[in-house]
Design a protein around this ligand. Structure first.
Ligand code: PXP
Length: 250
């Protein structure tokens, strides 16, 4: 059973620093520089999603991050043979398995674990054996959580996109229902011994209710922090998120 005493961890996702770099096809802004600023601003980990189409983070970014971070690297990736080989080469602290569709703008839903249990169990076993903490990105759904537990994942990352969208669009009853579901499923996952992380679409307005769940150990946030950095700088955007998370936990 995970011990959840201690400071809530903030994982900073730097994918969209690479999005901005790739818009011009050059070298800047550099994701590694962003990661260093994030570390100094209080990030407890750096998350990067190596997509099959390399639309933001590229192989060289993963190489640079794996070689020089002083905080843990969480590599997000699809369950493909290519990605498994990359993860086994770098052995990041954590690997988060996400669903991936070429045509989507971002990771739209959680992984369908229950219907792909056998394949996923075999897929994650070598990652676990290599010492990576394997996390599965899923909807806050009991069936999916049970399946993630059966395949021996260490962590479930619960998709907060529906909660955040409902909040941003002013559908408050729906937002509250999504939040209640996240709360209930966080407790359920924790009761099975899984470590619980929420993530996707979180911002200064939506982070605190999740941060207050006692079972939550880490929160992964990217797009909002990088967007806010345009106005206040990356250091300040991360420090403010950290402050809000700590206040919610106090
Ligand atoms: N967690 C997972 C598994 C994700 O796929 C993403 C988006 O890449 C995030 C967290 C971060 O989401 P956002 O960039 O919206 O904060």
């Amino acid at each position: 059973m995970t011990d959840f005493v201690g400071r809530l961890r903030l994982g900073v996702n730097i994918d969209h620093v690479a999005t901005l770099r790739n818009a011009r096809g050059g070298m800047v802004p550099e994701p590694l520089r962003a990661a260093r600023i994030a570390e100094a601003a209080g990030a407890d980990g750096i998350t990067a999603h190596l997509r099959e189409d390399r639309r933001h983070i590229g192989d060289a970014d993963i190489e640079a991050l794996a070689a020089s971070l002083s905080v843990p690297l969480n590599l997000e990736m699809a369950a493909t043979a290519e990605m498994q080989a990359i993860a086994l080469r770098h052995r990041p602290h954590a690997v988060c398995i996400v669903p991936e569709k070429r045509e989507e703008r971002t990771t739209e839903g959680g992984l369908e674990v229950a219907q792909d249990e056998n394949r996923l169990a075999h897929f994650i076993a070598p990652l676990r054996d290599a010492g990576c903490r394997v996390s599965i990105f899923i909807a806050a759904d009991q069936r999916q959580i049970e399946a993630a537990h059966r395949i021996c994942a260490a962590v479930v990352e619960l998709h907060t996109g529906a909660y955040c969208d409902a909040h941003d669009e002013g559908r408050l009853a729906e937002r509250d229902a999504e939040l209640a579901r996240l709360r209930e499923m966080s407790a359920f996952a924790h009761s099975l011994g899984l470590e619980v992380h929420p993530g996707h679409g979180l911002n200064y307005d939506t982070v605190q209710p999740d941060a207050a769940f006692p079972e939550i150990v880490e929160i992964n946030i990217g797009h909002y922090l990088v967007g806010e950095a345009i106005f206040v700088g990356l250091d300040a955007s991360i420090r403010e998120m950290r402050r809000l998370m700590d206040a919610a936990r106090a």
